[in-house]
Ligand binder design. Sequence first.
Ligand SMILES: *Cc1c(COP(=O)(O)O)cnc(C)c1O
Length: 470
Amino acid sequence: MSNNLFSKLPSMEKLLHKMQSHFPDVPTLLLKDKINIYLEHIRQKIKTGSIGEQNLKSATFENHLKDFLYHKLQPNFKKVINGTGVIIHTNLGRSLLAKQAIKAVTLACNNYSNLEFNLETGQRGSRYAHVEELLCLITGAQAALVVNNNAAAVLIVLETLAKNKEVIVSRGELVEIGGSFRIPDVMAKSGAILKEIGTTNRTHLKDYKQAINENTAALMKVHTSNYRILGFYKSVSLSQLASLAKEHHLPLIEDMGSGNLLSFAQVSKNNNFLKDFDEPTVQESIRAGVDVISFSGDKLLGGPQAGIIVGQKKFIDQIKTNPLNRAVRIDKMTLAALEATLRLYLDLEKALTEIPTLKMIFISPSTLKNRATKLAHKLKQLPDISAKTCRSTSKIGGGSLPETTLPTYLVQIKIKNLTPEQIRKKLLQANPPIIGRIENDIFCLDVRCLLSSDLPIIVKIFKSIIRLDN
Ligand SMILES: *Cc1c(COP(=O)(O)O)cnc(C)c1O
């Protein structure tokens, strides 16, 4: 009997003709390939008896094929709606760029530029010049350079200053962050020799002192960005380490992880909803006497993916001329975005209102409440959907401020006859996909990272979900 169904399948020729009218810009070869995949998928279903004759009727079949092609022909890389509430979500692309940065990127790719051209001399220039002055002005450092990301920054700093020599690090700071970046492994790759000291919870100045020998190249501090050690704990302050390093003519290097350029304590003083909210700044590290500091561009800083290295000129110059630097070189779009983002930091108010990451951190609970109420109200009007708001907390993410949670509002959404898990899956398949979270066994959208243009799209997608479901 099922053989009978095989003969009911429409012909490739007919389907191709039909689909060409729906997707006129898609090359025939690609279209044919995708239709074949769909036909094969249907043949399997016929074999297992999981498809009925009514599904093979011309109009129904073509509609399903059209939906299938519509999804398959989309570019792989796409926008998603971030309803997780995690601001610096590494899997969702970390920081969004400020509009000034987006404009600079567009300019950089639409035109030739003075990327490595000195307009005063008409000779070759330095690609770092565009951001070095700004970075020095903002952080108080003598010199700066930028590479592909902070992992590359740590690698090149160690390779330049400590290859085949020892670097002293506290056992409390041997960090692993997501994506298999581990301090001991990066150290090994750079050729530097890790000299572990102290214990997981306590490291003293004397531990550093005792470890220094003729083969020591540097002291290193790693910001424990994604965890905190609480209780019986001791670490050595940056300024104490800086004095010790100076005494022994050794550089003190620091992997700061998230590149924070503003005093959170100061900003959050005016926002009583943010308590105990602090994160060390690059400026503080420079003032404490750290010689070389590296940090990410797309975490708390809120710029493009980049690894920023600031510090003493004599060390930065050495890193700049390391051949490895060519392999981890920053590209022009990143450079353009970074310059535009850094310029915003010259005026704190501007940084707080224009840089999306900072805006999302400091957004007031009352604004979030309004946003959640508005979305819940719109969703509630759809049949079979119940939506209400509730308080919860969001995380900053990106391995920043692991202990800090921000008060937020969620929209809890239920759809008749669907489990929270089924809702979650359907939203992942939507266009654009919506990523939410399940809390207390209810599907929720945290409104913190939603853009104003996302709200009508979310409503439209929920509308299509209930339509398809019935
Ligand atoms: C995030 C982080 C890194 C890696 O930075 P990328 O920019 O993602 O390469 C390195 N060290 C620490 C402590 C971090 O938090």
